[in-house]
Design a protein around this ligand. Structure first.
Ligand code: NIG
Ligand code: FE
Length: 421
C-alpha cells in the first residue's frame, strides 16, 4: 500500500471481468455493442460515486478501502435499469395467462372485462398500505435480480383519486427503498367501465383534471399513453401528450404494440423520451424515431405472453442507428416478469443481439430514456456507484445461461444492498 494511496469506502476485488458501456448518452448502430471489458477489473467507490475503474493491481495500488467486496471470480456490470414497468397493483391474473394458452386473445379478454380493468378493480379496492407493501416486495425482487433503477407507471386506478393514490404509493416507496424509481403517470391506460359509453369525457378528465393535479403535486416525471386502436387513438393520445408537455411531464408511449397505428410517428412529433413495444412499427416510423432521438424500448417477452406471432424489428432498428433499450414491461397481465437478464436473453435470441448489445440496452440506453445517463448506466469515474456482481465468468454468460439468478451482490449508491451468503 503506497503512502499516497487514497482512502475510499469500498473496493470490489477478485472479478474475472468487468464489462460496461461508456458515455453519458444513448448508443446505437455499431456503438451499441462497443463495451469496455477489463479482464480482472476492479472498482473503487467513495461517497456514492465511482472513483476508480481498472485492472485490480492498479486499483489496489491507488486506493485503500474501508470495505472490500469479493466478486468471487465473477463478472461486474452496471446495475440494470428497467425503463418500463407497471408495479402498482393488487392481485394477479394467472387465469388470463391460461385463457391465452387456450386461444383467447389479449383484446378479447379485455373486452370481456378482464385485462387492465381487472387490475383496476384491485387497485381501487386496495388500501395505500396494501399497495405499498406489494410494491416494496416487488422492489426487493427487482434488487435481487440486479435491477437498481426502474420506471414505474400508475394506470390501474383510472380515477383522479386512484391514479394519485398509485403515484403517492410510488413516492412512499421511493423514500424507503434502495431501488431508484422514476414515476410515470399513465391515466390513459384504458377507459374505466363507467366511461365506456362516453370515452371522450374520460380524455377530458385526463387532460383537464388528472394531469394538472399530478403535475402540480410533482408526482410524475413522465406521462405515458396506451396508444392503440381499442384504447387511445392518435388524436386523443396527441391531445393528452401535448397537455403533458405543457405541464412539464415528458411523454413516453405504448406505441404500435398490437397494430400499426402511427404511434412511433406520434412519439417523434411530441418529443417523447421513448416509444415502447413497437412490434408493428413501419419503416417511416423508425425513421421518425431516429430523427427525433426517441429511444425505442423493446419488451421481448411480451409477445410470448400474449401469444402474438410478431416481434419488433430489433435488429433493423439497431442497424439503422436507433438507440434501442430493453425492458421487462413487468405487469400482472401481459408480462409477469421482473428479470431483466431474462428479457436480455430473449432479446438476444429474438432480435439477434449480441450479449454486449443487450447489456448496453438494459443499462445505458434505458438510463438515457429516463434522462439519467449522466449519472447512471455505466461504470465510469464520476458516475453513481450502482453495480452488480454476477457469478458468471464473463458478460456473455448473462444471456447464454437461463433460469438461474446469477446475482452475487448488488451495490446501489455505493452501498452493498444485497449479498448472497
Ligand atoms: O405494457 N399495453 C398496455 N399495458 C401493459 C399491459 C397491462 C396489463 O395488461 O395489465 C403492457 O403490455
Ligand atoms: Fe406496458
Amino acid at each position: 500500500m503506497s503512502a499516497k494511496s487514497e482512502a475510499v469506502d469500498l473496493i470490489v476485488t477478485n472479478a474475472r471481468e468487468l464489462a460496461t458501456a461508456t458515455g453519458a448518452a444513448a448508443r446505437g448502430g455499431a456503438d451499441l455493442g462497443a463495451l469496455r471489458v477489463i479482464a480482472g477489473g476492479a472498482l473503487a467507490v467513495k461517497a456514492e460515486k465511482i472513483v476508480g475503474v481498472g485492472p485490480e493491481a492498479e486499483i489496489r495500488a491507488r486506493f485503500t478501502a474501508g470495505e472490500t467486496l469479493d466478486a468471487r471470480g465473477g463478472t461486474i456490470v452496471p446495475g440494470f435499469v428497467d425503463a418500463h414497468t407497471h408495479p402498482v397493483f393488487d392481485g394477479t391474473r394467472e387465469e388470463e395467462f391460461e385463457m391465452r394458452t387456450r386461444g383467447a386473445t389479449y383484446i378479447e379478454i379485455a373486452a370481456a372485462g378482464g385485462g387492465i380493468l381487472s387490475s383496476v378493480r384491485g387497485v381501487r379496492e386496495a388500501s395505500r398500505e396494501v399497495l405499498l407493501a406489494n410494491l416494496l416486495l416487488r422492489l426487493d425482487r427487482f434488487l435481487e435480480l440486479g435491477t437498481t433503477t426502474i420506471e414505474a407507471k400508475s394506470g390501474y386506478g383510472l380515477t383522479t383519486e386512484d391514479e394519485i393514490k398509485s403515484l403517492e404509493v410510488i413516492a412512499a416507496a421511493r423514500a424507503r427503498h434502495a431501488v431508484e424509481i422514476v414515476p410515470t403517470f399513465l391515466g390513459a391506460h384504458d377507459y374505466p367501465l363507467e366511461f365506456r359509453d362516453r370515452k371522450s369525457l374520460y380524455v377530458d378528465l385526463v387532460v383537464e383534471e388528472m394531469l394538472p393535479r399530478v403535475a402540480s403535486a410533482g408526482l410524475a416525471e413522465y406521462c405515458d399513453v396506451f396508444t392503440e386502436g381499442h384504447v387511445f387513438g392518435i388524436e386523443d393520445s396527441r391531445r393528452i401528450l401535448r397537455r403533458a408537455n405543457e405541464l412539464g411531464l415528458r411523454p413516453r408511449l405504448h406505441a404500435d404494440q398490437l397494430s400499426q397505428l402511427g404511434g412511433a410517428q406520434l412519439a417523434a412529433e411530441v418529443g417523447a423520451a421513448s416509444a415502447d413495444h413497437l412490434e408493428f412499427v413501419d419503416d417511416p416510423g423508425l425513421d421518425a424515431l431516429r430523427a427525433a432521438g426517441v429511444v425505442p424500448i423493446l419488451c421481448p417477452v411480451v409477445p410470448l405472453y400474449l401469444r402474438i406471432e410478431r416481434e419488433a424489428p430489433g435488429r433493423r432498428m439497431i442497424d439503422r442507428g436507433l438507440c434501442v433499450a430493453l425492458s421487462t414491461d413487468f405487469n400482472p397481465g401481459s408480462c409477469y416478469l421482473q428479470s431483466l437478464p431474462t428479457a436480455m436473453a430473449w432479446a438476444a435470441l429474438r432480435y439477434r443481439m449480441s450479449a454486449a448489445e443487450t447489456l448496453t440496452a438494459a443499462t445505458l440506453n434505458a438510463a438515457a430514456s429516463l434522462g439519467r445517463a449522466d449519472r447512471l448506466g455505466t461504470l465510469e469515474v464520476g458516475k453513481q456507484a450502482d453495480f452488480v456482481c454476477l457469478d458468471v465468468p464473463n458478460h456473455r454468460h448473462l444471456v447464454y445461461e437461463q433460469g438461474r439468478n446469477a446475482v452475487l451482490a448488488v451495490v446501489k449508491k455505493g452501498r452493498v444492498v444485497r449479498r448472497r451468503s
